[in-house]
Structures are given as structure tokens and as C-alpha cells.
Design a protein around this ligand. Sequence first.
Ligand SMILES: C[S@@+](CC[C@H](N)C(=O)[O-])C[C@H]1O[C@@H](n2cnc3c(N)ncnc32)[C@H](O)[C@@H]1O
Length: 340
Amino acid sequence: CKTWRSNPLRSFMLFLLKVKNSTGNKPVAPLGSRILTNPNDIYKHNMWDHVQWTEEDTEFARLKTEENSSERVPLNEQVIFDRDADKMWEKFYEMHHNKFFKNRKWLFAEFPELLPLGQSRTTQPTSRLSLEKHQDNIQPASYPGEYATFRILEVGCGVGNSVFPILKTIKGTDAFVYCCDFSLKAIELVKAHPDYDTSMCHSFVHDICEEAAPFPFPLRSVDAILAVFVLSSIHPERMQGVVNRLSTYLKHGGIFLFRDYGRYDLSQLRFKKGRCLSENFYSRGDGTCVYYFTKEEVHNLFTNAGLEEIQNLEDRRLQVNRGKKVVMRRVWVQSKFRKT
Ligand SMILES: C[S@@+](CC[C@H](N)C(=O)[O-])C[C@H]1O[C@@H](n2cnc3c(N)ncnc32)[C@H](O)[C@@H]1O
């Protein structure tokens, strides 16, 4: 990264070789349409979409990652990051309150499945009969949002940067939003928000890694599950169990929407030695953790849980700091998997 920063002209020339015109190599997903076609335009915008990487870029990133993973957090210290993950995030929200993450403005453009009208036709209604058939003893008899015709669950909702845009959009419909996080402080901030409305939303403290903890709604009752930059916080060995369990709450035809950090994102390359916990999994300075996914891993995670792939792509962008003339490569994975 330092090389890119210290030599903007060189990186500028390199990027020109890498960024292809959309007509030549059109991505399949509607992830923005700002394509850099004229090299002179690079500092005209903060972000360019659908950036292609050369082999040289990938090799550079691989070497950077190899280097910063060469020294790992000692095994006896690693346990703390998993065991105390909730405490780390609690401290994070005690410190940042609702000032850290921005509202997810791209939400409906990328995930129109969150709109009740589009989805309600493709999912089955939750009849009492189907609930009885599949319920365990612990299924709630009466629960928040039980009369809704469309139910969304956001896991790891933080302070509600997705929840509040969703609530604003579904107002006046029969939709209902559940949102949970294992940080008490985060959930307190959600509940204290002026737009929090218990007739449309139920927020609660819940650790999605906790296998025995039930959700306050029945199995197969949710139309859409949203996980935005959440699974990356979880130890890779726990992820499959989490996705399996969450999927049991989806109705048939319901959809799991996922967006998270992608392999070789700039933030991965910037880690110093000694922060790596296991391959592509790191602890940040504040004790929170982050994993960097490939789309193949995401595919396996969700299809192993019995879901069908609808979309699974790497969103590679060029983020530009126009003031400092710094160009950064960002990578995210965005995916949609349906329960058949
Ligand atoms: C990077 S933040 C993203 C917050 C939110 N999804 C957003 O997009 O703004 C990750 C969130 O996941 C939550 N989280 C991490 N592990 C969790 C777990 N095991 N159970 C519930 N929430 C968890 C954290 O507390 C934090 O709020």
C-alpha cells in the first residue's frame, strides 16, 4: 500500500492497464455503474466499480498477506478473541456509539429482496400448520411480528445502520423486522433511536454462535435474513454452524443476503505482522476480528447449509482519496442464497 501511496503516478499508470471497459467484460451484477474508461478521469470520483485485477496485482496481494500472516498471535492468547468477542464489541460501541458505521444506502439497490412486495409472492406463508409440523418444543406460541406477512431478520445489526433504512421503506406494509446483536450497548442504541417502532420491529440481544439460544420466532418463519459484515467477525470454525442454524429459520423460498469483506481487500493487506489468528483471519487493534472471504468459500458455506446460489460475486472497486491522490483497491463479496 505504501508503494501505491508514495508513487501515485506509477499506480495511476498501472490501474489504467487493469481497468477494463464494461462493454468488454460486463459484470453480472448491478453493483454500480461507474466504470473508469478514461485514465484522466481517475480523480473525478471517489469510487470506480468493477475493477479488474492483473496477475501482478493478485501476486502482490498474496505476498503482502503471506508476509503479514508469517507471525501469528500466540496460541495461548488466541482463545481470548473468540471467548471475549462480545466484550470486544461491547467496548467498541461504548466508545463509538452510533458514530462509526454509516447507513447502508446501497441496501435496496443491491438487495431488492428486502422489499416485501417482490418477495411475498415467492415465499410460502407461515401457517400454524407448518409451524406445528416443524417446531421443536421451544417454539414460541405467540411472538412479536406473528401477524406479519413478510419477516426480515438482520443478524449482527449493530446500531441499526440497515434496520432504520429498512423500517423507513417498509412503513405501511405488513412487514416486520427482527434484529439482533450480541452487544447490549448496540441494542440499547437501536431501541433508543427515534425511528424504533415496536409495531414494526423487535430488537434483542443474541449471540448467533450460541447453539442453544432460541430466536423469539418459529423455525421456517423468516422471508429474508441479512448478514452485513457480520460473519467475518466470527471464528472461521464457527461459521458453518451459524449459517446452518440461521437457515433453519428461513421459510422455503426465503433468501439469505450476505455482504462482507473479500480476500485481499486493502484492509487485509494493511495488517501488521503479529495480528493474524489463522489463515485470512485477523484481530484488529481493538480486539474485534475480521475474516476475508473468497466467493468459493461463501458458496460452500451456504450450499453446505442446503441453500441454492442466486448471486455470488466479488465486488472489486477502486476507492479514491481525491484530496491525497491515493488510490485503494477494495474487495467485498456479495451473495444471495435461497432456501428451496
Ligand atoms: C462490522 S459490525 C457490522 C454491523 C452492521 N451489520 C452494519 O452493517 O453496520 C459487526 C457486528 O456484528 C456483531 N456480532 C459479531 N459477532 C456476533 C455474534 N456472534 N452474535 C451477534 N452479533 C455479533 C457485532 O457486535 C457488530 O455489531
